[in-house]
Design a protein around this ligand. Structure first.
Ligand code: ADP
Ligand code: GLC
Length: 483
């Protein structure tokens, strides 16, 4: 079975969040179970620099830029560093060779031509999955991810192709909404701009297009698949999602257990495992030193790594921070995002130097050291489609405190591998923090929870098998079962 996995980011090439982790690991896990999964990704500078051998496999001259002018685009075949997953890179310099991030400039402002940039990616994905593909390799399934490739199922279906398309929703909060006049600029037929199509409250929505035209919708946890059919977390799409509930399912993300392995992690000053925990003490001590926290071995150290957005519940953490410090705790933040949240976190550090530390920015290596060096991991997200950090933290013996939502609800077991609270309020979070602090004082009980979390299996294999089963259901002729 051949699967084209279209994505706007993939680790280790380019990453802004969990989508990149998934796009790096899932295709490799699918290949391990015999699926020829190949990734399609834009040729951002970060991607182009990191590629080793590349070979041009197609040229396109019929796509237009935001000014309506033909743009130069070609497709390169390369492979993902590390896993070796075959990689199709869409090299279109006028769309993707920019100095900032994949979606926004260095000031954090969205690129004004994002609709055209990601419509281009979506059109190429649809082309490669359809009868007009310039490649010999043909996918049996097109697998798209989030709004950036949401138009691909629309282009595919509107071109008359019957290749099944899957769209995975990693986060319904980002919907790719653009003004109605964009429709004609993006080479989409006017008749598709309706409720039964790509229209969303008078605008064009890339994500809605995917949700409408894909044969199947997945989300990254079973709980989130239910939550998004309700007004509270449906973000306006709940009606469509509920109407498609028979083609909607949740498949929990895994984690890359090679990349996130405390017993062989090159980012750590000392390695450790569930059976040999002493290295974790060294990690904590070194982390305190690195971040300028007081070197107190017994102070419960709380870690938090997150995009600093409303979703991640930083307000809740700020509301309980004084309580944590009063009880002798320390907090280490790593993240970047909305300026108002960054400033509030920085102000907290200024009030409590030695007890609170924050690195505002993106730092992959430090993220590993925070997981390893902290005792408790804070993840009070208001909503969380899956969440990866809670799984990393369990594997690193840092007990997560999570709000019971989405993938957090599906991965953390209260009182067994972490602490779960049920209302997104400071009070509920505080009660969970108190429970954690009380247990932290009872060393044998604490160790038991750490070891329970560390021995949970969050590897990708199970998820890959679930995707395989889904792909098989979507194929017109079921393939024979493997031996
Ligand atoms: P989301 O995709 O919503 O941001 P996830 O928990 O699924 O949330 O994934 C976030 C990923 O990004 C994790 O791998 C996390 O470690 C990483 N991450 C987030 N912010 C930072 C940062 N400032 N520095 C390093 N890694 C980060
Ligand atoms: C999104 C979600 C996160 C999920 C990630 C990968 O960014 O916010 O919960 O883990 O995608 O699927």
């Amino acid at each position: 079975m051949n699967v084209l996995y279209a994505t706007s980011e993939a680790a280790p090439l380019i990453k802004t969040g969990g989508l990149a982790d998934v796009s790096g690991a899932l295709p490799a896990a699918l290949r391990k179970i015999g699926i020829d999964c190949r990734v399609l990704i834009p040729g951002y500078p970060a991607v182009m620099y990191k590629l080793e051998a590349t070979r041009q496999v197609a040229r396109f001259d019929h796509f237009l830029d935001a000014k309506g002018k033909p743009l130069a685009a070609r497709l390169l075949l390369s492979s993902m560093p590390g896993s070796g997953t075959p990689l199709y890179v869409l090299d279109a310099p006028s769309a993707f060779a920019r100095g900032g991030g994949p979606y926004s400039d260095s000031e954090g402002l969205d690129y004004p031509d994002n609709a055209h940039r990601f419509a281009l990616l979506s059109q190429v994905a649809a082309l490669l999955a359809g009868a007009e593909s310039p490649l010999d390799w043909r996918p049996d399934i097109l697998h798209c991810n989030d709004w950036q490739t949401g138009l691909a199922p629309a282009y595919l279906r509107l071109s008359g192709s019957t290749t099944p398309a899957v769209i995975t929703v990693h986060n319904l909060a980002y919907q790719g909404i653009f003004p109605p006049e964009t429709v004609t600029e993006l080479n989409l037929p006017a008749h598709a701009f309706s409720i039964e199509g790509i229209e969303y409250y008078g605008n064009l929505s890339f994500l809605k297009a995917g949700l409408y035209y894909a044969n199947h919708i997945t989300t990254v946890s079973p709980s989130y698949a239910l939550e998004i059919q309700q007004p509270y977390l449906g973000m306006g799409m709940q009606g469509l999602l509920a109407s498609r509930q028979n083609q909607l399912s949740g498949i929990l993300n895994g984690i890359d257990t090679d990349e996130w392995n405390p017993s062989a992690d090159p980012h750590l000053p000392s390695q450790f495992s569930a059976r040999a925990l002493s290295g974790k003490k060294t990690c904590k001590h070194k982390l305190q030193e690195e971040l300028g926290l007081e070197p107190l071995a017994d102070a419960p150290l709380f870690g938090m790594i997150a995009r600093m957005t409303h979703q991640k519940g930083l307000d809740l953490v700020l509301a309980v921070a004084d309580g944590i410090i009063d009880r002798g705790g320390q907090i280490a933040f790593l993240g970047t995002g909305e300026k108002s949240i960054e400033s509030a976190v920085t102000a907290l550090v200024e009030l409590h130097p030695g007890q609170v530390a924050a690195k505002i920015g993106y730092n992959e290596s430090l993220s590993h050291r925070i997981e390893a060096g902290s005792d408790i991991f804070l993840m009070p997200s208001l909503f969380e489609p899956c969440g990866l950090n809670q799984m990393y933290s369990m594997r690193y013996g840092s007990l997560p405190i999570v709000h019971a939502t989405g993938g957090l609800r599906d991965t953390v077991e209260d009182g067994v591998t972490g602490f779960v609270f049920y209302q997104p309020t400071p009070h509920a979070l505080w009660l969970a923090v108190e429970r954690a602090l009380d247990l932290y004082a009872q060393k044998p009980a604490w160790k038991k929870l750490m070891q329970a979390g560390m021995s949970r299996d969050f590897s990708w294999e199970k998820s890959a098998l679930a995707y395989q089963a889904l792909y098989r259901e979507l194929l017109p002729e079921p393939l024979p079962e493997p031996d």
